[in-house]
Structures are given as C-alpha cells and as structure tokens.
Design a protein around this ligand. Structure first.
Ligand SMILES: [Zn+2]
Ligand SMILES: [Zn+2]
Length: 370
C-alpha cells in the first residue's frame, strides 16, 4: 500500500527563498504603510534643510559659472533659454534671463535673493523672458528695499519698464498678503542701468568693479540686434568670457585672449540646413525662412573653435545650442571643431557648474542638476 504522502514532492530550495522574499516585501510594505508619514517628514525635512542651509555648489573662494540655461528658442528637453550665473567671492550675478532659467537657478542651489545684479547681453526674447520672475524672486527672496540693478546696453530701460509694469499688480498682491516688512514695496521690480559704448567696433566698458570682481561689457556683432554685447569677468586672477549672441568678431577676439573659459554661443549650420530642407518639404514656410536666416547672425562650433585657438583660451564651453541635440550626437554638433582647437571643448547642458578656484589653474566641470 502506498503512503498517502508519497506523491508529494519535498519543498525545494527555490520556493523557500520565494517565501522569504515575499515575506520581506510584505513587511517592508507594511512598515512603509504604517510609518509613511514619519518617513516622508524625515526625508522632506532633510531635503529642505539641504536646500536652505547648504547649497550643493558651495566650495572654496573662486570664480564659478553655473549654466542655468544653455538652449535657444527651439524647444529642447535638456535646455532652457540662455542664462549663466556667475559667483565670485560673496557676489552673485546673472547673465541673461532665458525662458525657464529662473527655475534652474533655484534648482542648482543658487539663492536668487542674494543676486547683486542681472546683466543682459541684448534684448531678443530668448534672453529676457525670465526677467520678471528673476526680479520677483530676488525681491521676495531677500526682502530687498531697493530694486535689483538690471545692467545692459541702451534699450534696457524699455525692457525693465515693461516687466515692472507687467508685474506691478502682482507686487501689490504680495505686499498686501505678506506685509511690507517681508516684501518692502520699494524693492519690487528692477532698476535699469544702461551703459553707452563708443563707436569703435571693439568698444568696451567696465560695468561692475566691486570687491575684486570686474565685469567688462564689449560690443559683439548680432545685427540687426543692436547694441549687443558680451561680458568678460575677472576675479583674483581667474577669468571667463560670455560671448552673448554674435558672429565671429574682433572685439570678442580681443577680450577672450588667454581667459580660463570661453562660453561661446554655437549653432551648427549643417544641422540647421537639415531642418530647413525638411521644413521646405513639409510646407512650413516660416520655419524654412527662419532657418535660412539665422546662420547669418550666429557662430558655428568650428568658428568658435578657431577663435578659441587664436585667443589661447584654456577651455571652450559651447552654450546657446542650436539646433536642440541630445548629448549622444555631440560629435555631429561639433562637426570639425576638433581640427581647429586642440584644447578641451564642452557642449554645455543645463545644470553644469564650472569652477575656477583662486590660486590655482584648475578648471573643473560637474553636473549639479540631474
Ligand atoms: Zn539674439
Ligand atoms: Zn539668442
């Protein structure tokens, strides 16, 4: 007679392991369910403390550039409009206010409430769109009694007056709600600080000279957007240049001589031509016309590389990337740039921090916005 249990297989190793795994998952889920609120509170508190007390970029004395926006008017999943945050010692500045960049400034750990001045290169919409949000965050974030200085070539008065007007109702609501002690009415908006430039093609002017930080504005060629400028920044022996929007020009060549980092706008004409051809085929006449026009007032990666070689810059960072391109295809974007410049070239992406510590030749680049 057969034993009643003889047909049953003994429990194998695998089912036992499976039971353990399932039990552990159930226990973890139960703990998570029961203590969800406590876990969330703990983690949220840590994140808030981190954001408020110790910015992710904090480090030694030096010149720092945060790429809060490296794109151009075309929509780009990795890039908002052009914006570079410059920190030198205890001074914080913003160059250009591309759309979407005000958010990235905060996400990168820079405190908009501590910004000393906003500098504009020119007044195309992709360089000014976030100005209202930046002025608001700087005012409310620092309880300032004076508006932030907005420095730019002549015409900046019109831009600032327009944003001040558009945000005037909002300012009233915030004072009524939070109180004048927190948001002093006199500090809302911006104060335009236009500068003039002489007639020469390579004209320049020092627009900030404070605590060892010097900003020099210089003419570039972005016709018919005129005047348009780039900025050179010097701090305790470290230096950088931001090209603004331009075709290759003499004044940029003059200002970029020997700088640590040249941030140069870049547009790859071969890729723009592909868009142009497709736009023509798909009956998008306005896009076809725009993509035919824009190579006329921007610089290719190859020409930026030539300028980097001629000026002996130590590192070339391309920004204001046109057209949008995933990092996978950076080589396509760079084209023949490596033929002309043997130094390091970085295709900028939002969230990069470039560090130039004083008393050092070191240039480090890291991504702080995931
Ligand atoms: Zn422009
Ligand atoms: Zn632009």
């Amino acid at each position: 007679m057969q034993n009643a249990n003889s047909h049953k297989k003994p429990m194998g190793r695998l089912p036992k392991v499976a039971i353990w795994v399932v039990s552990i998952i159930v226990i973890v889920l139960l703990i998570d369910f029961v203590f969800q609120k406590q876990i969330f509170t703990f983690m949220a508190t840590k994140i808030i403390q981190q954001r408020l007390l110790s910015p992710t970029y904090k480090k030694e004395d030096g010149l720092y550039a945060g790429l809060a926006g490296t794109g151009a008017p075309f929509a780009d999943i990795n890039r908002v409009g052009p914006c570079i945050v410059v920190e030198a010692g205890n001074n914080l500045y913003v160059i250009d206010a591309g759309p979407g960049s005000a958010r990235n400034i905060g996400l990168m750990g820079f405190d908009m409430g501590k910004v000393d001045a906003i500098l504009l290169t020119h007044f195309h919409s992709d360089h000014i769109a976030a100005l209202g949000e930046m002025m608001l965050q700087r005012w409310a974030g620092g309880s300032h009694a004076k508006p932030v200085d907005v420095i730019g070539p002549k015409g900046v008065e019109t831009v600032v007056a327009g944003f001040n007007h558009a945000y005037s109702l909002d300012a009233g609501y915030r004072v009524a709600f939070h109180g004048a002690a927190t948001v002093p009415p006199s500090g809302a908006g911006g104060r335009a600080r236009p500068f003039g430039l002489s007639a020469e093609e390579d004209a320049s002017i020092v627009v900030i000279d404070k605590e060892g930080v010097k900003f020099t504005a210089f003419k570039v060629n972005h016709s018919p957007a005129y005047p348009a400028v780039g900025y050179r920044v010097d701090y305790k022996g470290r230096s950088l240049v931001v090209s603004g929007d331009t075709v290759p020009c003499q004044s940029l060549k003059k200002q970029a001589q020997g700088v640590d980092v040249l941030f140069h706008e870049a547009q790859q004409p071969a890729l723009i031509k592909m868009i142009h051809d497709q736009a023509g085929l798909s009956s998008s006449p306005s896009l076809a016309k725009i993509t035919a026009d824009i190579p006329g007032y921007h610089t290719s990666p190859e020409d930026a590389a030539k300028l980097a070689r001629e000026t002996n810059v130590k590192h070339l960072v391309l920004y204001h990337i046109l057209p949008p391109i995933p990092s996978l295809f950076n080589n396509m974007f760079l084209g023949d740039a490596a033929k002309y410049y043997k130094g390091p070239v970085t295709v900028g992406v939002d969230g990069m921090l470039i560090s130039l510590p004083v008393n050092s030749n070191n240039i480090s680049i890291k991504q702080i916005l995931k």
